[in-house]
Design a protein around this ligand. Structure first.
Ligand code: GDP
Ligand code: CA
Length: 316
């Protein structure tokens, strides 16, 4: 493959937290910053201790900045917990853990928002001061909370995910109507050569982005190549509730079922070599490879394979 040419591809990644951040980091290792934009789910965002918390944005920012905690998949490496301990002593809420370094992010973000900045502007400010050049774009500047319908009633996303440790069985997901994408998101999608749907949770990370007007319609109508990567490997999610949710929603826990969730939106699908042959859809171009990203080198290799494969498809 012609690598000089590949690095000129303009790539937009749709991302949730962990799975999204890892693939975005793979692309960031290969592409000039101006050719990468990451559109991030904000359906998990919430207000806590008076602060605006944006879990997926922070996972993407910390990962791209090389500051992420590799053990937890959220928060900062080398974190300390003095403030949380004191919040506990003062009988404040401690179910959502905020480290001392992480708190600085939330303080500055909340400060900027209170002073009238949009979430896009506040995110840009944080990225700039953490040395990130790639565009990290919240899907919307409006609140767009994801709600989870369970046997115990409708729960806010963080109540279900963190407080209840994603144990209540999922019966459905409610996504808000009338949320609009930002101009920066629309611009990035228009300029892209390739739209990559990261191996994020299809229901609570990717669908919330697609649900923001007019992202789904734009991706459907635009001629750009759309390629998705499976978050499911060998009948399991690498991390988090994706597999459990698929089963509870009555789906098979397979890459094919993930591809079905995206349906006609995608042109190509990447899934793991251990599932090779399990996807039989003549409409879809497929690539099977090792899609588990355990190290930064794995991220880079997978991103390079996706770029090579995409170039082949674009050239056809
Ligand atoms: P969250 O907000 O942190 O839950 O983030 P995401 O939705 O982006 O990521 C969760 C999904 O990423 C899970 O469904 C995982 O199976 C998937 N995932 C995490 N790491 C990997 C990986 O290395 N490879 C693949 N293919 N999927 C991954
Ligand atoms: Ca998330």
């Amino acid at each position: 493959m012609n690598h000089a040419f590949i690095s000129q591809l303009k790539v937009v990644v749709l991302a949730g937290g962990v799975g999204g951040a890892k693939l975005a980091d793979g692309f960031a290792q290969l592409l000039p910053a101006a050719n990468l934009a990451v559109i991030v789910n904000t359906g998990d965002d919430f207000q806590h201790l008076g602060l605006t918390i944006c879990p997926d944005l922070d996972t993407v920012i910390y990962t791209l900045a090389g500051l992420a905690n590799p053990e937890t998949g959220w928060g900062r490496a080398g974190e300390s917990w003095r403030t949380m301990a004191e919040v506990g002593r003062l009988a404040g809420p401690t179910w959502f853990r905020l480290g001392d370094l992480d708190l600085a992010t939330h303080l500055v973000r909340s400060h900027l928002l209170a002073a009238g900045a949009t979430l896009t502007e506040a995110t840009h400010h944080l990225c700039r001061h953490l040395g990130l050049a790639a565009a990290v774009l919240p899907m919307s500047n409006q609140p767009a909370p994801t709600l989870v319908e369970t046997g115990e009633g409708v729960l806010s996303f963080q109540t279900w995910f963190v407080e209840r440790q994603w144990q209540p069985a999922v019966q459905g997901i409610y996504l808000p109507e009338d949320v609009r994408a930002t101009p920066q998101v629309l611009w990035a999608l228009e300029k892209a050569d390739l739209i990559a749907i990261a191996p994020s949770n299809p229901f609570v990370s990717i669908n919330p982005i697609l649900n923001v007007y007019p992202i789904r319609a734009m991706i459907t109508d635009l001629p750009q190549l759309v390629i998705a990567v499976s978050p499911i490997i060998g009948g399991k999610a690498v991390k988090g509730p994706a597999a459990k949710m698929m089963a509870e929603l009555g789906m098979e826990v397979t890459p094919a079922a993930v591809a079905n969730v995206y349906g006609e939106l995608i042109d190509a699908f990447v899934y793991d070599e251990q599932d090779a042959g399990s996807l039989d859809n003549p409409e879809l171009a497929t690539l099977t490879t090792n899609i588990l990203m355990q190290s930064p080198a794995d991220r880079r290799r997978l991103a390079a394979q996706i770029l090579d494969f995409s170039m082949e498809l674009i050239d056809q």
